[in-house]
Design a protein around this ligand. Structure first.
Ligand SMILES: NC(=O)c1ccc[n+]([C@@H]2O[C@H](COP(=O)([O-])OP(=O)(O)OC[C@H]3O[C@@H](n4cnc5c(N)ncnc54)[C@H](O)[C@@H]3O)[C@@H](O)[C@H]2O)c1
Length: 379
């Protein structure tokens, strides 16, 4: 079937951070057409934004329940096929649940839900319905992350013994010190965000990256979280030790009060034969470290990269690609899955990744609240 995939969007309005990333990413490989959705809870704002995008008024709805009900009445060649859920966290679960129950494929922002229990429920429905479900851990789509994953799987750096992941941001520093200012972001409101701010928002990206590139599951965590102020219920900084079922150990450090830091996600993996290091703010390079040879820098787009890395590069080497391209690669993988074409599991993060992420968030909070003790993740 060559027709474009009909895409709906929930959230991601003109006022949002992440909406533009999804809209551009969905257009990148000419596989999707945005049909309609609910961009904003205020209907007038919703409609005026949708008009700017050139969408038909008849496909813009007052809320997600109406959207699902109305779209479900349309003929199968007209109805929206997949919906991107780009709202604040607390809406992911009710939206994704209703979408799955009514046979829509889902692309959902992270964290998948606000509780592990909700995440398991979504997974159950998704596996019964056999629908495509992606969780947008955006950074997994970068060509050099894919290259790193494949090199580690191929044994290039040997048996692994250490991983160090960090995700440092500083955007909360101007907000956190005054109580009134803290109300300016839903991320610090547990009712909208879930039980964690920093770990839920960005620590979960680092965790997903650790499990993706190492190909190993984290067995247990020991977390020390910081809320900075006693009357702030949400963590804004996290230092987490991680253990695997082998002798490998590691760290995940994430912060939203690392003053001046922008989007400093970095992952380093070390094994018996070498190390590999990748940084989000310089994403077209992958550093290969060895005991007995100078540092080697691999760059995206070159023929020496593996097939899945090259599949994620659109232009010849030397044309830097970034976060939009990374998300574009995720949408490309999801399009292949929806159209039942062949695709590799690394092409997009799955609902299992989202469930693991929720378990990680809850276990780090539990570890911290019990006095910084080791807590095991579910298998
Ligand atoms: N993958 C990433 O790297 C990444 C980056 C940023 C944000 N996110 C995730 O994306 C989600 C949104 O984050 P954001 O920063 O864009 O938030 P935001 O507050 O900037 O935007 C949220 C959008 O949702 C809309 N919205 C709110 N309630 C709605 C409702 N009931 N129906 C329809 N639309 C509604 C708002 O109008 C707004 O357009 C969060 O879950 C966040 O964790 C992911």
């Amino acid at each position: 079937m060559n027709k474009k995939i009909r895409l709906g969007i929930l959230g991601g309005g003109g006022d949002s951070l992440i909406g533009v990333l999804h809209r551009v990413a969905s257009s990148m490989f000419d596989r999707y057409e945005i049909i309609g959705g609910v961009f904003n809870p205020n209907y007038d704002e919703n409609l005026s934004f949708a008009k700017k995008l050139g969408l038909k008024e008849s496909r813009i709805y007052k809320d997600f329940e109406t959207m699902v009900d109305q779209e479900s009445k349309l003929n199968s060649d007209e109805r929206i096929e997949v919906v991107s859920v780009l709202t604040p966290n607390f809406l992911h679960y009710p939206m994704a649940k209703k979408l799955l129950e009514n046979n829509f494929h889902v692309i959902c922002e992270k964290p998948l839900t606000t509780t592990y229990k909700e995440a398991l429920d979504l997974k159950k429905i998704q596996s019964e319905k056999k629908l495509v479900f992606a969780v947008t851990y955006t950074y997994t789509g970068y060509p050099m992350v894919r290259q790193m994953t494949k090199m580690i799987a191929d044994g290039v750096i040997g048996k692994l013994h250490k991983v160090d992941a960090q995700y440092l941001q500083g955007w909360l520093n101007p907000v956190i010190h005054e109580k009134e200012k803290r109300n300016s972001t839903w991320r610090l409101n547990p009712e909208k965000s879930g039980i964690s701010c920093c770990v839920g928002d960005i620590g979960t990206h680092a965790f997903n990256m650790v499990e993706l590139v190492t190909g190993m599951k984290v067995k247990s965590v020991l977390a020390d979280l910081n809320t900075l102020y006693a009357d702030n219920p949400m963590d804004v900084d996290a230092n987490i030790l991680i253990q695997f079922s082998t002798n490998m150990k590691g760290t995940i450090r994430s912060s939203q009060i690392a003053t001046g830091e922008e989007n400093n996600l970095r992952i380093s993996v070390y094994g018996e034969k070498g190390g590999l290091k990748w940084e989000q703010e310089n994403p077209n390079y992958l550093y290969h470290l060895k005991d007995d040879a100078p540092l080697q820098v691999l760059k995206s787009g070159h023929g020496y990269n593996n097939e899945i890395s090259l599949d994620g590069t659109k232009l010849p080497p030397g044309h830097p690609e970034g976060i939009f391209d990374s998300m574009g690669n995720i949408y490309k993988g999801v399009a292949r899955a929806i159209r039942q074409e062949s695709f590799a599991s690394e092409e997009f993060p799955s609902i299992e990744d989202g469930v693991r992420g929720m378990d990680f968030i809850e276990k780090t909070v539990e570890s911290n609240s019990k006095g910084n003790v080791w807590v095991e993740l579910n298998k």
